[in-house]
Design a protein around this ligand. Sequence first.
Ligand SMILES: Cc1cc2nc3c(=O)[nH]c(=O)nc-3n(C[C@H](O)[C@H](O)[C@H](O)COP(=O)(O)OP(=O)(O)OC[C@H]3O[C@@H](n4cnc5c(N)ncnc54)[C@H](O)[C@@H]3O)c2cc1C
Length: 405
Amino acid sequence: MVVVGAGEAGAGAVTALREGGWTGPLVLIGSEDSLPYERPPLSKAFLVEEPPPGPRQILTSERLRELRVTTFFGRSALSIDRSRRTVKISGGANVPYERLLLATGASPRTLPPKYGSAQNVLTLRTHDDAVRLRAAIKPGSKTVVVGGGFIGLEVASSAVSRGASCVVLEAGPRLLTRAVPEVLARLIQGRHEEAGVQIVTSASITRIEERAEQTLIILDDARVFYADMVVVGIGAEPNVKLAEAAGLSVDNGIVVDETLTASDPNIFAAGDCCSFPHPLYERRLRLEAWRNARRQAITAAANMLGAHQIHDDIPWFWSDQYEETLQIAGICPDQPAVHRDLGPKGTVLFYLDHDSKLVAACGFGSLGVVAKEIRFSEILIARRLKLSPAALADPTMNIKSLLVG
Ligand SMILES: Cc1cc2nc3c(=O)[nH]c(=O)nc-3n(C[C@H](O)[C@H](O)[C@H](O)COP(=O)(O)OP(=O)(O)OC[C@H]3O[C@@H](n4cnc5c(N)ncnc54)[C@H](O)[C@@H]3O)c2cc1C
């Protein structure tokens, strides 16, 4: 068994393969020269805690030894020979496989070269990126974030919490356009503004340049922003080059079926790189979410060992900003929602289908309250129970009580 990509999904898969009973050779190939670590803290705790915490390792060297995993860290898989069933890796070796898992993740989108170049423009994906960013967001320093998505807003929250100033430049008319309903995006914007972040929506950048020690970001309406560090958080692209070159089917991610098998029955994919059909939403999804990577790794490992498990996990995502949390269960459709107003503790939105069954829920507010609402919403989505909008909207109703129907 060979796993390419030593991130969340790859590390989870080698563990699940051994725990699932695989006793033969097990190989983990990762282009980063480090043990697998978790990425979510990189835009949160790592930027604010004093002293900075070390990388939160998913697998230690001891655990890898215990699992009898042969590792190639700091080495990239360069090509796959599907007829010989080998993976060629940098440094020259050809690694044979019986089953192969591609867990290559995603890479941050960068700004087009027409905007110019400057030294202090960073994307945030790796621990090394976070080390550079942390060094720049000192008290009194100026950070400009390009992109009002999750990573950009978490960086903004971390920067102002450390006493840096921060401007968020968002090209769209509002924040978090891709995954978060407008009502919550407005609440989140308010929370950032209260903390002193300047949010500029419909911002169209024409140029980024360096002058003296500073980076200048110039908008088409001639506004100029000065920064010690510019962080670009405008989404990520799945890492599919390896799969594409091997002739696997690729369409916004490595195309897999409901068992996470790619267009070659000996190759599987999991995590941010994978486009999979979700039975509940009846369409393909590609999720860039921590729990999805973890859970898909477990399904893929089981199926590599011959099971035929369908991956129908309810998507779940969280983001922490200030002392608040944003959590989403399911995929929020573009339609009116039932609002549950929990006063200062937060707001939760519920989405029902034409049959009054819950398909998604999302909330923003205090962790204890929002986490509970979303946790029970996940169960309600999975159980396909019919629900009353009035009960969902009633803040005095305990959401757990709906589970009994
Ligand atoms: C800063 C940040 C904050 C985040 N915060 C949250 C959050 O709050 N909540 C949430 O749900 N999700 C969050 N995420 C997303 C979450 O971390 C990802 O969804 C998860 O890491 C995906 O795991 P993965 O294994 O698919 O990819 P990755 O963890 O990216 O791992 C892929 C690995 O494969 C390697 N690789 C790629 N190509 C090759 C190759 N050819 N050969 C060898 N190795 C290769 C890469 O170098 C990388 O190490 C965050 C992500 C980032 C970057």
